[in-house]
Design a protein around this ligand. Sequence first.
Ligand code: MG
Length: 254
Amino acid sequence: MRKLISSITLTGLTMSLLAQFANAAEVYAPVPDKIKGVMNNAAPSDAIVLFDGSDLDAWQSAGNDEAAAWTIEDGVVTVNNGAGSIKTRQAFDNFQLHIEWSPTATIKGEGQSRGNSGIFLNSIFELQVLDSWENPTYVNGQAGSVYLQHAPLVNVSRPPGAWQSYDIIFKAPVYAASGELESPAYLTVFHNGVLILNNVKILGATYTEEPEYSTRCTPYGQTREQDCSGPMPLTLQDHGQLVSFRNIWLRELH
Ligand code: MG
């Protein structure tokens, strides 16, 4: 009993000392939300699941309002060549995205014609998906590049047929009410768990001769110019080659 009393006294003393010397820099609110994280790349409890292997309800054709017509088999969705690119029905601002992808196991073509697809952030900035396993091409067009803008820091590609992952942190561009760009987009990407793009500044829309920002744009796979100053869908590219995707989830960052 004496031991217990002494321990309580000591704890009380420690607490009071701690309180006395509490650093004014300590912050106690707001308290971060408690969420359930998980291992093995499964979606955390606060994620928006965009594809869990069962259906493409979260997606639609990028070129029109029709349902996404890519092929689902054994929990995996594969580009349906000719069906066109697909985009999410929901629009997003800043986010964390997990996506797994795999070029066809059969090696076909070379360079940009081997396992080419892409993840268009805001539907206009392409993070390249390509079979970059022993498949040289221009470095700002290989897997993990911001197409024609930034090469990845390293090539972490696995052989064709193997599953690969991107974990993406995307900060969307911000425009003033006048339409002027206040802040460009920034991108961080881990490829198969390795950092390949470290908070790089995106220079503007992909495929424009001089990449630039504008509140008006024509998203990839679409023909209609539209307002793109706010939240935008995510687009997956049909580049005419067989690339599969699985386990796609996103956490909005506010
Ligand atoms: Mg591509």
